[in-house]
Design a protein around this ligand. Structure first.
Ligand code: NAI
Length: 666
């Protein structure tokens, strides 16, 4: 027997009670040690002929089993290794389900992935209602699908609805799991789960427990699978991601044969998927999401942030409005906004409109009126600015305007009031020159629309103190943003990586490759919109001015901007018409280069290689200290496909990092 003893068996009146606890870990996950210990207990159960039944219950208060250990899956390099791991799961669960006594899984807390697959190998399941009781197979969200029997045992238990649960990776509460037939009994939150499980087991032994085990008819599986395939393709805008496609195949083929044969089919497809870059990329996205889910974890340990009891926002334009919305709805503190008189009413009306929409969808704490009462608008500085703990500046992107704004602002606020600029392209270091006590000044670069985009870049200027960085991270946490921290740099992180991407794709356009072809190539890579549409949506003058600021004149952008076409939303004309098609009037404005036809793959690789090179440069110059920060920025700032894990991880996964630099970023 292993001395780890994750699983311990106690026998009471011919009933086995197995408690399990991966000591030292927050969650129980399947590791080599867990399986070793499980098999020890299984051996005892197989030999003990006097046992009438057995219950498995977690020793952790809020966790049954959270699934396979993702680190273990991430490290799988070959199909053979995947098979080796799968065999451990399958042999263990098959042996368990072959026990000739009734078995009960007593579920409290997360019962996910390999945890649910384990629970499915029991005779029956009882679950306790609780906020943390979540039951499901979320593997698809990390580029995998259930490979421990889930694609075979779940449909055999609950029928066709299993397909959607697996393809959406949806987690259910105890009551929902009972409704669909995964769980047989639900007990209230304040009940004694073990006692209830014993009584359930007694009923099973006596043959008085009624278990719903309908005979499911899978004769229509081909049609159902085809429908599921179409649904999965719609969700990915036509991209064939391997995990959902192979999950469907596993069910379609596996439900036509015996469970034993079905499990073999599942194993084979899972081994295919586990070694693919999509799985590794998705797992990376899962981990870097966890890293930035709680911005306070990025603060210096033990730091006590300055309470933000009142906040001012300068500028009530596109960004100022968005920032105000997020402060009001997440912090419920007084906000003063300063802008010219004409900007105040439209700004207020816009904020109210968005808050009303959120209230309608029940996504708002408190009433819209109460939140609007927290908002004051002004065109003049007043004594109220002395009470402000943080000012976020979002005025015109012009260094002379910013200079004047900072000079006036510093007279109006306390010397210790925090100040953050939302500039997208000006230097935080240059602006710090106009701020008294510049250690309290830094950047908070939000993305538009602020209330939808999760990312904020917290920019540390040369003079910004660590305390200010910590306080800005605390602000990010307060308005529920996902922050990355970087030093001052043209375009900070996200735009710095977008510049070469836009530059390269416009070069392809000028070589005679169509807008449709270029946007299509990047969308089939997984970008939410193509580069030309992205340019149109942010405003064509924005990248144009950025390139000018970098000392470059992008000829096509120049032609289009000079023709008064700033983008469909901004000036009514840009690259596209309202119906989404390319506006033929823009075509003569595309500058000409020597024609060269490019394949979709050439376009993707060319556009992304530039991105990766900039990422490497940011790391070399220590603008960011961790490739994960770049990947978080690109996934949550631009919609870079999560299944690629971010550009830096993707470059590692496809061997580009090695080829370009002879090294890996991760
Ligand atoms: P905007 O033009 O929509 O709004 C700017 C507002 O600032 C206007 O309402 C204007 O009246 C006001 N303003 C000008 N001078 C002022 C002063 N002295 N005092 C108070 N208010 C003044 O501009 P937008 O797009 O909101 O941009 C604001 C800042 O946010 C800029 O620094 C921009 O680079 C940055 N940014 C913009 C993004 C975008 O997608 N629009 C994205 C990220 C950052």
């Amino acid at each position: 027997m292993t001395d780890k003893k994750i699983f311990t068996l106690k026998v009471e009146n011919d009933i086995g009670i197995v408690t399990f606890d991966v000591a030292g870990d927050a969650m129980n996950t399947w590791t080599d040690e867990a399986f070793e210990s499980f098999r020890d207990v299984l051996g005892c159960l197989e030999q003990d002929t006097g046992l009438k039944g057995v219950i498995f219950i977690s020793g952790k208060p809020n966790n049954f089993f959270a699934g396979a250990n993702l680190k273990m899956i991430e490290e799988i390099k070959t199909r053979e290794k995947a098979m080796e791991i799968l065999n451990v799961f399958h042999e263990s669960f098959n042996r368990f389900s072959a026990l000739n006594i009734p078995t009960v899984a007593a579920i409290n807390g997360h019962c996910l992935g390999g945890g649910l697959e384990f629970a499915l190998a029991f005779t029956a399941r009882i679950a306790k209602e609780s906020k943390t009781t979540l039951i499901g197979l979320p593997e698809i969200l990390v580029g995998l699908f259930p490979g421990g029997g889930g694609t075979q045992r779940l449909p055999r238990l609950i029928g066709y609805p299993a397909i959607e649960l697996i393809l959406k990776g949806r987690n259910l509460t105890a009551a929902q799991a009972c409704d669909v037939g995964i769980v047989d009994r639900v007990v209230p939150a304040d009940s004694d789960l073990l006692k209830e499980a014993r009584s359930f087991l007694d009923d099973l032994i006596a043959g008085t427990a009624s278990l719903k085990r309908p005979d499911h008819d899978f004769s229509q599986i081909d049609a159902v699978a085809e429908q599921a395939r179409q649904g999965a393709l719609k969700a990915t805008r036509g991209r064939e991601l391997p995990a959902p496609m192979l999950a469907i195949k596993s069910m379609q083929e596996g439900l036509k044969v015996s469970l034993e044969e079905g499990l073999e089919i599942e194993k084979n497809y899972f081994a295919d998927v586990a070694v693919l870059p999509e799985a590794k990329g998705s797992i990376n996205t899962f981990f870097i999401k966890g890293l930035t889910d709680k911005p306070k974890a990025l603060m210096t340990r033990g730091f006590e942030p300055t309470p933000l009891k009142k906040i001012a926002v300068l500028g009530f334009g596109t960004m100022g409005r968005g920032i105000v919305i997020d402060i009001l709805r997440n912090m419920q503190v007084p906000v003063i906004v300063k802008d010219i008189p004409e900007a105040l009413e439209p700004g207020r009306a816009f904020v109210k409109k968005i808050l009303d929409g959120m209230a309608e969808k029940k996504r708002l704490k408190g009433s819209v009126d109460d939140l609007m009462n927290l908002l004051t608008t002004t065109s003049e500085y007043s004594g109220a600015f002395k009470e402000v703990d943080l000012v976020v500046e979002a005025v015109f992107e012009n260094i002379d305007v910013k200079k004047q704004v900072y000079r006036e602002l510093c007279d109006a606020v306390r010397d210790d009031g925090l100040i953050a600029s939302n500039t997208s392209s000006l230097s935080v270091n240059a602006m710090a020159e106009y701020v008294t006590h510049p250690e309290r000044f830094g950047g908070t670069h939000f993305f538009s629309p602020v209330w939808i985009m999760q990312l904020v870049e917290v920019v540390r200027g040369e003079k910004t103190s660590q305390g200010t960085v910590n306080n800005l991270l605390n602000f990010a946490a307060s308005i529920r943003k996902r922050p990355i921290v970087c030093f001052d740099n043209p375009g900070f992180v996200v735009n710095a990586l977008l510049f070469p991407y836009i530059r390269q794709t416009f070069q392809y356009l000028e070589e005679g490759n169509s807008i449709e072809k270029i946007d299509g190539a990047m969308m089939s890579f997984g970008m939410p919109v193509g580069p030309v549409r992205l340019t149109d949506e942010v405003g064509i003058d924005v990248p144009y001015k950025v390139f000018v600021g970098l000392g470059e004149e992008q000829q096509t952008l120049k032609n289009v901007v000079e023709a008064g076409r700033l983008g469909l939303k901004k000036s009514g004309k840009g690259f596209f018409l309202k119906d989404g098609s390319v506006d033929p009037d823009v075509l003569p404005l595309i500058a000409k280069r020597e024609p060269r036809e490019r394949s979709a793959e050439d376009i993707q690789m060319g556009a992304l290689e530039g991105m990766i090179k900039v990422g490497k440069d940011l790391l070399d110059r220590k603008i960011v200290n961790d490739p994960r920060m770049i990947d978080v920025g690109m996934i949550w700032g631009t919609g870079f496909p999560p299944d690629k894990g971010g550009p830096m991880k993707w470059a590692d996964l496809i061997g580009l990092s090695e080829r370009l630099f002879g090294t890996m970023f991760y």
